[in-house]
Design a protein around this ligand. Structure first.
Ligand code: GAL
Length: 410
C-alpha cells in the first residue's frame, strides 16, 4: 500500500508543481503566531520570491497534517510544510521528504544544533527537516491581579491547585483557561501525569505506553486528580481555542492556564500592563523537567522547485533569523550558539531549564504535541484522555483498558 501511495505521490508531484506558486503550509493562527510568521514572511521576501504561506488552523497541527496527507495524495502538495516530531518520521519512512545534506553541511548542524534537535530532525543518519523552534509545554501561566484580589498564592502542587480552583470558583472566576478541545485537555493531563508520576512514570506511560505502568496505582491517582479538576470545571467549558482562552487569562476572566510557552508569543503582542501581570511558573511538581515540543519544516520529495526551497531553508537556518523568530514565537532556538540574553524572563528560564534538563537527561517529549509516539496512537490516546475528562461517567478502569488496547496496535 505504501509503495502505491509513494508511486501516486511521485507521479502526481511531477505534474502538480508547475500549477501553483511556492507554498508553505502551517497551522499558526493566533495573534502571536502570526506576528512571528510575519517576520518569517519578510525573510521569505514573498513579493519577489513567489512564496506564499497558508494556514490550516487547529492547535497541535492535527488538521494541518490531515490536509497535508490529503493534498500529497491528491497531487497538490505544498512545497514546504510545518511538521513536528513523530510526523516527520512517518513522512521520512515513506521516502516522501527531501534530504537536507547540503544545508546541514553549510550550517554545520552536527555541531551547531542541540543534540536532541538533530535526533528529532534526522532519519537514518541524514537530516530530513529544518528545525525552527523548541517550545516547553510544562508551564503554568497565572494572572497576578486575579490571585492578589483573591488573596491566593500560586499553587505548587496539584492538590494546592485543586484547592485554588474551588476558591476561585466560589468567587465566580474561571479557574483555568481551557477550551473543550482534546489537544488543550491532553496537555493538562500530561502535566498532571508528570507532576504526580515523575519522569520515569511519564516516559513509561506516555512514551512507551507500557501496560503495567498504565495499569498501576499511580495511574489511578493521576486519573482521580484529573477527574476532580474535570468535575470542577468541565460544565463551564466552551469550544474555544487555546488563544481565546489565553485572552481570557490576559483579561482576568480566567486565573490560570496550563499550556506551552506559545503564550509568550501572545504576550509579545499584548500591552505592557498585560506583560507585567502574567507570570510563568513551571507546572506543579514538574520542576527539573523540560517537556519539549519542536516546530520543523519539511520539503516533500519530487518537487520541481528544490533550488528555491533550499534558498528559503538557507535563510531560515541563519542564526539571526532563528534568534529573532524564536524571540517573537515564545520558544528557544534549536541551535546551541545563539545568545538569548535579550529574551523575556520566561524564555530565559526555559533556556536555562533546557540546559539543566539536557545535562541531567530529564528532557521529555510532549506526547500531546506529537513528539513521543506514533501519530496514529497519539491521536487515539489524546482522544481517550479527552473522553475521560468530558465523560465523567467513564471509569478509571475503562480508560486503562482502552489505553492498553491502543498500546497493542501494531
Ligand atoms: C504547537 C506548535 C506551536 C504552537 C502550538 C499552538 O503544536 O508546535 O508552534 O503554536 O501548537 O498552536
Amino acid at each position: 500500500m505504501k509503495k502505491i501511495i509513494a508511486l501516486l505521490l511521485l507521479i502526481s508531484l511531477s505534474f502538480a508543481s508547475q500549477a501553483k506558486p511556492l507554498e508553505l503550509l502551517h497551522w499558526w493562527s493566533s495573534k502571536g503566531e502570526l506576528n512571528a510568521l510575519s517576520y518569517l514572511e519578510n525573510v521569505m521576501d514573498r513579493q519577489h520570491s513567489g512564496w506564499e504561506t497558508k494556514s490550516i488552523a487547529g492547535a497541535g497541527g492535527k488538521n494541518a497534517m490531515y490536509v497535508l496527507q490529503a493534498r500529497a495524495i491528491a497531487g497538490t502538495p505544498p512545497e514546504v510544510a510545518q511538521i513536528e516530531g513523530t510526523d516527520i518520521l512517518s513522512w521520512a519512512q515513506l521516502g516522501f521528504v527531501n534530504h537536507l545534506d547540503k544545508l546541514a553541511k553549510t550550517q554545520d548542524w552536527q555541531h551547531t544544533l542541540r543534540p536532541l534537535v538533530t535526533q528529532v530532525n534526522s532519519f537514518e543518519g541524514r537530516y530530513v527537516s529544518l528545525p525552527l523552534t523548541i517550545h516547553r509545554t510544562n508551564w503554568l501561566w497565572l494572572n497576578q491581579a486575579v490571585f492578589k484580589q483573591a488573596h491566593l498564592t500560586p499553587p505548587n502542587t496539584w492538590s494546592d491547585l485543586l484547592v485554588v480552583i474551588h476558591q476561585l470558583k466560589s468567587m465566580g472566576v474561571q479557574p483555568i483557561a481551557l477550551g473543550k478541545d482534546s489537544w488543550q485537555i491532553s496537555i493538562l493531563f500530561e502535566n498532571i501525569a508528570l507532576g504526580l508520576g515523575g519522569s520515569e512514570y511519564y516516559h513509561n506511560a506516555l512514551v512507551d505506553i507500557n501496560a503495567a505502568t498504565i495499569n498501576s496505582a499511580k495511574t489511578h491517582e493521576i486519573l482521580s486528580v484529573f477527574r476532580a479538576i474535570s468535575l470542577a470545571i468541565n460544565k463551564d467549558l466552551t469550544q474555544s481555542t487555546w488563544q481565546q482562552e489565553t485572552e481570557k487569562l490576559f483579561q482576568g476572566q480566567a486565573a490560570m492556564q496550563i499550556t506551552g510557552d506559545w503564550v509568550i508569543g501572545e504576550l509579545n503582542v499584548a500591552s505592557e500592563e498585560t506583560r507585567n501581570n502574567i507570570t510563568c511558573f513551571v507546572a506543579p511538581q514538574t520542576q527539573g523537567n523540560f517537556v519539549f515540543n519542536m516546530d520543523s519544516l519539511i520539503s516533500l520529495s519530487g518537487s520541481q522547485h528544490f533550488d528555491q526551497i533550499e534558498q528559503l531553508f538557507e535563510k531560515l537556518s541563519q542564526k539571526t533569523f532563528l534568534h529573532d523568530f524564536n524571540r517573537l514565537k515564545g520558544s528557544i532556538p534549536p541551535r546551541n550558539d545563539i545568545d538569548v540574553s535579550d529574551y523575556n524572563a520566561c524564555s530565559q528560564k526555559s533556556n536555562q531549564d533546557y540546559s539543566l534538563s539536557e545535562a541531567s537527561n530529564t528532557l521529555l517529549p510532549s506526547m500531546t504535541d506529537s513528539m513521543a509516539i506514533d501519530p496514529r496512537k497519539q491521536r487515539l490516546l489524546v482522544n481517550e484522555i479527552y473522553k475521560y475528562f468530558i465523560n465523567t461517567k467513564m471509569t478509571e478502569q475503562a480508560f486503562i483498558s482502552n489505553v492498553i488496547a491502543i498500546s497493542k496496535i501494531e
